[in-house]
Design a protein around this ligand. Sequence first.
Ligand code: UT7
Length: 332
Amino acid sequence: MRSVSIIGTGSHLPDRVLTNADLEKMVDTNDEWIVSRTGIRERHIASEDEASSDLAVRAGEKAIAAAGINKDEIDLIIVATVTPDTMFPATACLVQDRLGIPQAATFDLSAACTGFLYGIATASQFIATGMYTHALVIGVECLSKIVNWDDRDTCVLFGDGAGAAVLGPVETGGFQSFELGADGAGSNLLSLPAGGSRLPASPLTVEKQLHTLHMAGREVFKFAVRVMESATDAVLEKAGLKREDIDFLVPHQANIRIIESAAKRLGLSRDTFIVNLDRYGNMSSASIPIALDEAVRSGRIQVGDQLVLVGFGGGLTWGACVLQWTMEGGAD
Ligand code: UT7
């Protein structure tokens, strides 16, 4: 089996910024509550004519440029999203067409906030076995399009964005281990109830706001803290590493209190965690690749660093990997 790594990263955020002060004018909330309960100060929101594929294409272009390969060397495109442009065709097909990569196999992957981790785990298997050489994995969401803007419990939490990674074979380093998991018994805790074959769109589903995101926040919070610790320990054990071997942990960016609880349980300093949720909120599958891209471009993550990427979310799903970084950073 070949060793596989991330050889290029990229990200793209829509221009419009929605601050907590803006939200105070929309629902019964306030900056103090949002910051103290979540850590979020602002988020980016796609415009009316912007869809997930638009953000994904921009992030994908940057990741391919950072990888220093030609786009005709990409064999596979995976788009992880819960906000595809349409139910079908797959958003990955739209991205493939817009990027001009007709030779690539393409598909969408639905694992909510864990989507990017499921995506890189999947893509890396194709490369490790030799079936493909380069894969583009994109986590993208336009959550603003499925949020109920009258529901203060959820509308303050989410944002839009896209993060991308090109995966390819490497001599040494790269992915050391993966852990993927799911607990379908918790599927009702985080969902978009209508618009599928269970509850097709009807005037009633629209009236009842069933085409918007529904979440049992407290239950998901407890699950998140638990699996961040267990999934991290699982990938470390598979890689033969200890908690203190981690240079940086790139977590899903849902809530600063989840990250702080996980840091405490894992006995890791807060500086080990890459955090950007104050500026972007929770962007589901896009959160981890955007945080990774920013840390690479700023030069914070260096060649040889041992990273843990860990995510959790709807499904319920979770995933983690250990990745020894191989790509020169500091592009910005
Ligand atoms: O990415 C997918 C995974 N998702 C997550 O990981 C989210 C996990 N959950 C969370 O991050 C937290 O549970 C929330 C941020 C969603 C909620 O925080 P919480 O500390 O669990 O608050 P709560 O739901 O227990 O609500 C506490 C109070 C309630 O008032 P009462 O019933 O105590 O009077 C809420 O009505 O805060 C109220 N509240 C708000 N107040 C002002 C809820 N939302 C707001 C708001 N502004 N936006």
